[in-house]
Design a protein around this ligand. Structure first.
Ligand SMILES: [Zn+2]
Length: 163
């Protein structure tokens, strides 16, 4: 009797490694490199394309694509980064707006903080998507309610209409 379980491997493994070798024939990525922008916001580094920043014209980030930006903004020639001492979490949503054209509000910051950051970056709050608008508006409604409280009865009428 033979022993079929005793299989011998390694005699001739077909090699397919040829196709896995990366093409070393001079990557011509220089054009892409020059299109890149590095932005450091509050210690967090973001990388994007100049073309992305141009998507929302006439804003602080679109200005970074202009030749004068290296002198007008806080640019570090050693690291090649633009530095902004702002909220990194909010910036994430801001940059996403440039990438996708849709502005959503972060859930971990309150409305006034988001409002302040948007105005710093020069973005119109009206661009906030409908899904996030109600949450964003909450603080405005609260402020209005506080104003109404000074009028006293107006508050009662608004929230207890059955009275
Ligand atoms: Zn949303």
């Amino acid at each position: 009797m033979g022993d079929p379980a005793k299989n011998r491997r390694g005699s001739s493994v077909p090699g397919r490694s040829m196709s896995l070798v990366p093409n070393k024939g001079g990557s011509k990525s220089e054009k892409k490199v020059s299109n890149k922008v590095m932005i450091n916001v509050g210690g967090v580094r973001y990388e994007t394309y100049k073309s992305t920043l141009r998507n929302i014209p006439d804003t602080r980030l679109s200005w970074l694509t202009e030749p004068t930006a290296v002198t007008n903004a806080d640019f570090d020639p050693e690291t090649g980064e633009f530095f902004f001492d702002r909220h990194p979490g909010v910036f994430n949503m801001v940059l996403n707006y440039y990438r996708t054209g849709k502005l959503h509000a972060p859930t971990d910051v309150c409305g006034p903080l988001f409002e302040e950051e948007l105005s710093y970056w020069g973005i119109d709050e009206k661009q906030i998507e409908a899904c996030c608008w109600m949450t964003y508006r909450t603080h405005r409604d609260a402020q209005e309610t506080l104003a109404e409280l000074e009028g006293g009865a107006a508050y009662i009428i608004k929230y207890f209409p059955s009275f």
